[in-house]
Ligand binder design. Sequence first.
Ligand code: GDD
Ligand code: MN
Length: 373
Amino acid sequence: MQRIVIVMPAYNEAENLKLMIPELFEKHFPEINGVDMHLLIVEDYSPDKSGELVTEFIKKYKNLHLLQKQKEGLGWAYIKGFQYAMDKLSADAVMEMDADFQHPPKFVKSMVEAYLKGADYCIGSRYVKGGSIPKEWAFFRKAISFLGNLFIRIVLVKPSIHDLTTGFRLTRVKGVMDKIDLNHLMEPTRFAYKVDLLYQSIKLSKKTVEVPLEFASRTKEKSKFNPKEMISTFKVAIILGIKDKQKFIKFGTVGFVGYLINAFFLNLFSKSGFPEWASWGLSTELAIINNFTWNNLWTFKTDEIKGIGNIVKKFLQFNFTSAGALLIQTILGTIGVYFLGPDKRQLILPFIIVFVVLPYNYLMYTKVIWKKK
Ligand code: GDD
Ligand code: MN
């Protein structure tokens, strides 16, 4: 039987836990058939004695567990909870869930069902059909939540996922959670750890699904989220976004410099009285030399080509793939002008470059010239 452990961090949540624990064990877990459901409360010795309350409940519910530790912020509470669930409780999947009823317990079932249907990573989503944020939230708060999410979606280029900051998620252990280096997540003392964890989980998961979540408003105690947490969340998203696209950004920069060199020398040579074909040929070759050199030393430095013999061989190959790009551009350009007319030439060129030549070059560089060993 699959064992799912809900990891629930709680700091000063005795009021909520008093209701949450019995509700899960008496109402919702019995409705989930064929799964061994466990609940792990991660508690930082809260002044309101949440820990003692949980200890009392453990006498009654055998699948309830308590992990107590020093207060180090939300990230560590979850991280240590996941580690405990995997190492001590042999979980097949872990769930992230808050103690304050903002993740209404009735949604646990739909998350588990999605997992049983084969999902490796289930995201409790407020921004898909059937999901929602509290109606009573002020317009400003709604806007911040939505725009913040949109910003992260754009930065991480994850348009297919609608809720990247939700705190309600289910992760398969084998192949996903057990492959993540939990001790080195970004910003583990903050809420922002969530973005790094999500980013890595999506990469590892073969099947990611969004399950609608009606995010409720808090009734007891107050939120620990604040502007500092928000800024660090955006920071993590930006760093991850850049890291992810680093190679592509460098490739684009080198290509652009190559274009400038091409244009500069074309102008210089033709003004110096070189024959037309020589101006084009020489300036293009200079751009090719530039692109090869900087891509080798910078863009693909982890797979750098070394040794004279190798460099010569690869450089010839590089000229060959560049000729391929030239051929593609010539053919498509001619066809484009034939159908759209010569006045559209200046529009056709960037279109071909962006949608055909750039992807072609990137593919050739990563799969042929600087192929990973
Ligand atoms: N053990 C422990 N230690 N628990 C903590 C700590 C901590 O330092 N800080 C917060 N918690 C617990 C709270 O007791 C609660 O159960 C849960 O973590 C979430 O804290 P809230 O303070 O209620 O956060 P929130 O409602 O503002 O934010 C939630 O929604 C956001 C999306 O709008 C969280 O789920 C965020 O992760 C999520 O981004
Ligand atoms: Mn909350």
